[in-house]
Design a protein around this ligand. Sequence first.
Ligand code: ADP
Ligand code: ZN
Ligand code: ZN
Length: 677
Amino acid sequence: MSNTTADMTLLQVAVAAPVPELFLYLPPVAASPPAQPGCRVLVPFGRGQRVGLLVARITAASVRLPAAPLKPIAAVLDAIPLLGPAELAFVRWAGDYYRCPPGEALFTALPARLRRPTAVLARDVLTDAPTRPGAPGAARPLNAEQQAAVTAVSAQAGFGCFLLDGVTGSGKTEVYLHLIELALARGRQVLILVPEIGLTPQLAERIGARIIAPLAVSHSGLGPRARELAWHQAASGQARLLLGTRSAVFTPLPDLGLVIVDEEHDTSLKQQEGFRYSARDLAVRRAQLAACPALLGSATPALESLHNARRGRYRHLHLPRRAGTAVAPRILLADIRAQPLESGLSHALLTRIEAAIAAGDQALLFLNRRGFSPVLTCHDCGWISECPHCDARMTLHRDHGQLRCHHCGASRPLPVQCPYCESPDLRPLGQGTERVEDSLRQRFPGIPLARIDRDSTRRRGELARLLAAARRGDYPLLLGTQMLAKGHHLPGVTLVGIMDLDHGLYGSDFRAAERMAQVLIQVAGRAGRAERPGTVLVQTRHPGHPLLRNLLSAGYGAFAAAALAERAEAHLPPFSHQALLRADSPQEQAALAWLRQARELATELLANAPLPGVELWGPAPSNMERRADRYRAQLLLQAPRRGLLQGLLDRLLPALRTGKAPRHLRWGIDVDPQEML
Ligand code: ADP
Ligand code: ZN
Ligand code: ZN
């Protein structure tokens, strides 16, 4: 029974809950000024109250009303909208594209503090003024390729997307700086996205050394107040530059005039849970809506981006040489088959480390595995440290005296004897960064060493501190995971040792080779970025592998061309588009069974109204089927064009939502998935 009349104003609200619909409410009983779209509201929902975002004011005549009488909004939380019409439209578009419920999408876009019914931090008395850098340094003269890139982007009137494909150390950042200056001079704001927190201080410092303009920084390493302040500073236009990790893509920027995505190939730009958006792809969309250029930079562009460049959707800009006097590092393979290894370090690598230290240079060792060893085993009976909750092994963390599962977070004290046969002869198998650190400290006593991984950088500020010290050259020995390898400028490093990348050569994910090549080139790129030339030593048991040989002899561009040809042949992305329907359940087989039904449903829908070229693959159990006591499986949907894939999702998802799922089963959709799990 409706309690409304046709000319009444109703409020359409996205509630912060995982429900696909928007809800209608009556205006608040005690309406002071009318609530504006983009303001948060408190609404009755179920038996309690929820925070929601007012999406639109509409007249009752324009919608179909629900049967139940409408309730009034309980309270309006903001006097001034948090999101303007353009930002609302952008986030809603993103939610629709990635199939995320509107309330979840909108509240992911807001700073965490504002997801609760808290008052906004006073915006006109911003206590922390955005960083106002000191005396600017002089701009460097650009080389011809850099200048051509700057000219192309700055000449762009309106939207255009550019791929800045420049080898490591080719001066991409220098190009960004010039373009930032030009955009600021035109009175525009600039959004700069980086994939990792660790990359923000270095870039903020370089920007600060050159550009006089208020800069706001936003990333998950900051506290909730600092993040909200950065948000207000950007939204009010006080900050002219916003530098941040992926969620910064949603920050309102009223004068946006340039969008930069650094290390655009990096998968950290894709959110892997909840609202599974790609910050890179959304950044391009954002630029399109703001009618301004977008610049994607990388030394190892994603195959998607290269494909977009080839078919003319992006302009391809090249920086083929290292800037200044630095030359490309020499990359050598070290065949470690049948070689004695010291905690995974070959004799060849140790000799070079010794030489680098003796020459007063820095050596950087890369091993993408933290902890002491990935497995603990019993020498007598063969017991191995399996996680009780996952199809995975528990990693030995000697620093903490624990076995830890990197997949579910479970931990337990280090056993002193085998839990199975009680033998005291337990041995670590394989190595992680802790073990290599140990070994290097023994081998090079007294030489300062910094280990940079998630465990060694837990304290707030520790990563920035270690990286700054590494840049200054305080540590002749640097050892770390990808945290250390990504995009950092470490001028003293002349030797890079890559301990193990072989798993990338035979990975089950079709992107494994692309990822391996990107990591190798990126890590290698840390070597010889200043006056002294660099050497990279890659340890491998597959020195003859064609991918590796092609990559080393012909470079990433040639590698990518070959990989793209393979993808085209196999109709894999970027030559097709995918969405992954994932499900998990505490009951074995339940997720798989539900996905089989989903597949039947999809088949039926396709039979009724065919979508040419749409394919269904699976369902199949995930690679690691059991994780945190849940059994996981996935069904892959693939289509030759985005529109067809979205067409299938339009029909399939509502049907799945109304259908019955077994208790405790969770499911979700990942559009443009970056990882098959
Ligand atoms: P990238 O971002 O491509 O890795 P950077 O912008 O960090 O490269 O540049 C690498 C190094 O080269 C830096 O030390 C930078 O100051 C220097 N550099 C960049 N452009 C020039 C140039 N035109 N002339 C001289 N040195 C340059
Ligand atoms: Zn045993
Ligand atoms: Zn586990």
